[in-house]
Design a protein around this ligand. Sequence first.
Ligand SMILES: Cc1cc2nc3c(=O)[nH]c(=O)nc-3n(C[C@H](O)[C@H](O)[C@H](O)COP(=O)(O)OP(=O)(O)OC[C@H]3O[C@@H](n4cnc5c(N)ncnc54)[C@H](O)[C@@H]3O)c2cc1C
Length: 357
Amino acid sequence: MQDTPFLILGAGITGACLAHRLTRLGHPVTILDAAVPASGASGASFGWINASFFLSEPHFHLRHAAMQAHASLAAELGHDHSPQGCLWYEGQGAAFDETRTALTRLNYPHRLLTRAEIAILEPAVATPPDRALLFPTESAIDPATLTRALLAKATAQGATLITGLTVTALTEAQGRITGVITAAGPITARHTILATGTGTPALLSPLGLTFPMLHRPGAIFRSQPLPPLLRHILATPEQEVRQTPDGALIAPAAAHHQSDSSDTPPDPRQAAGATLHRLRTLFPKADIRPDRLALADRPVPGDGLPAIGPVLPGLSMAVMHSGATLAPLVADLMAAELTGQGDRPLLAPFRPARFFA
Ligand SMILES: Cc1cc2nc3c(=O)[nH]c(=O)nc-3n(C[C@H](O)[C@H](O)[C@H](O)COP(=O)(O)OP(=O)(O)OC[C@H]3O[C@@H](n4cnc5c(N)ncnc54)[C@H](O)[C@@H]3O)c2cc1C
């Protein structure tokens, strides 16, 4: 049907960032999605950009570099990027001290706050804790909005976006991936990139590649707009929450959602009711009313860490949780690698080959 140098499967934040970057570098790109942009995890994300959560030191460095990549991307797009910062007291007791010690060793910007300082910074919080960490460089985005903005830029500069078309298989000839099969026919490509989130194992399995993923369903609660209530991203032991510029409270239904290990899909009514109750307890003077609850499966590779880079000749992948944080950096690094600028050391610990050896 068509022939394209770069074929990106998946129009979530990962595919959109990569399409934008490759297009900016002057390469023709086709991006294809089974549904509409940001219909997967990118449409149901908390959008917290941080490196205070990490699973290993290389993971920290990747996330920390990704925070800077967001600032650069915002400047490039002409978007405002003034980090609102995060007030963190999710970990308590020894867990709090361990986090503080680790982040001090890693030179991550943070400040220890007393109860009185917390009360001044966030007066609407009912019961300020006796201490919290302020992460001043952390921020949040709406991944769905950023996805659509990047795709609009990319298509304005010549990229092709195809929606509502499911890829049923990858095509292979002489050990090289040559494109895909869709209901509308085959598409050939010099290089195919899987940014297909939880749809990835089904595409790799016919090639004899088992890509393990954890089943991590999640839910995001959104309130109706409120007057200004909360300046920072707030991470308490019971609830993470932020307020958007239009006044809505955004809150994951699971506490500590980045390390949430539940594999049972939340019951929407129960999750919405429980989150609303926790938010009303946190902000008793606010008239918080529910707007909607979004459900999605987080795309978490089997060891919890991102899977980024070559799979087979002609095929690469970028599948990750914390994609809201990582996608702009991953796109910059992958675009450099895909266009022959050499391997990027930051990605070395996260190669998909660790699953296929
Ligand atoms: C509840 C929740 C909270 C989160 N909070 C945060 C957070 O605070 N900070 C953070 O950094 N990250 C967070 N994340 C994770 C982050 O949102 C994801 O890592 C990120 O959105 C993944 O983006 P993606 O583009 O890789 O995948 P997705 O957005 O899932 O996109 C994959 C796309 O591929 C398409 N696709 C799949 N298979 C096929 C096929 N065969 N043919 C064609 N198209 C296909 C799908 O239709 C989909 O549009 C959260 C996720 C959830 C669910």
